[in-house]
Design a binder for this molecule. Structure first.
Ligand code: 5GP
Ligand code: MG
Length: 167
């Protein structure tokens, strides 16, 4: 496994994202929506770096099956709390084509949220055409299959504290 981002690099970057998000939402009612399962670790670390009285909710969906895109969003679990009257920040592990995040955004758009913005730890296909432009990005990465820090390959590797390229 080739390490792409060490634990230290991730920690530093997540802290910076947290600061930026804190400034952006000061005085606003924010709900951070962690997209399961990939953003489990990133979301848990990120919310601890947002110094505001936020709420946390979970949304489970994916457009991937067997490590390749099925081209369709599968919602496995809806939000627990209504986002009506609140600002939503959708947090996901990685943006590839942006199709998943675009579908999730559209799915939640009719829920009465005041705004919906997006934060992804990793962004692939930089400069290429994507379905959605994320508002916050941790790292731009090359178009390789990565695992660790929440990202899986057939449900394994999620617990690695670093991000690596699966050889
Ligand atoms: P998109 O819809 O943006 O093309 O794909 C986003 C989803 O595909 C991510 O949430 C993630 O589940 C999966 N994905 C895309 N690239 C990778 C990768 O390199 N590694 C892993 N583990 N998942 C990926
Ligand atoms: Mg995912």
């Amino acid at each position: 496994m080739k390490i792409l981002m060490t634990e230290e690099e991730i920690t530093q970057r997540v802290a910076a994202l947290g600061e930026s998000i804190t400034e952006a939402y000061r005085g606003k009612d924010l709900t951070v929506v962690v997209i399961m399962n990939g953003a489990l670790l990133f979301g848990a670390d990120l919310v601890r770096r947002i110094q505001l009285p936020i709420r946390i909710d979970l949304f489970a969906a994916s457009s991937y099956e067997n490590d390749r895109s099925s081209g369709k969003l599968k919602v496995r679990s809806e939000l627990k709390n209504s986002p009506a009257g609140r600002h939503l920040l959708l947090v996901d592990d990685i943006l590839d084509t942006g199709f998943s995040m675009k579908c999730i955004r559209e799915h939640l758009a009719g829920s009465g949220a005041l705004s919906i913005r997006t934060c992804v730890l990793l962004n692939k296909h930089v400069g290429g055409k994507q379905f959605l432009a994320p508002d916050w990005v941790g790292f731009d990465i090359p178009d390789r299959y990565v695992v660790g820090y929440g990202l899986d390959s057939e449900e394994e590797y999620r617990n690695l504290p670093y991000i690596g390229i699966l050889e």
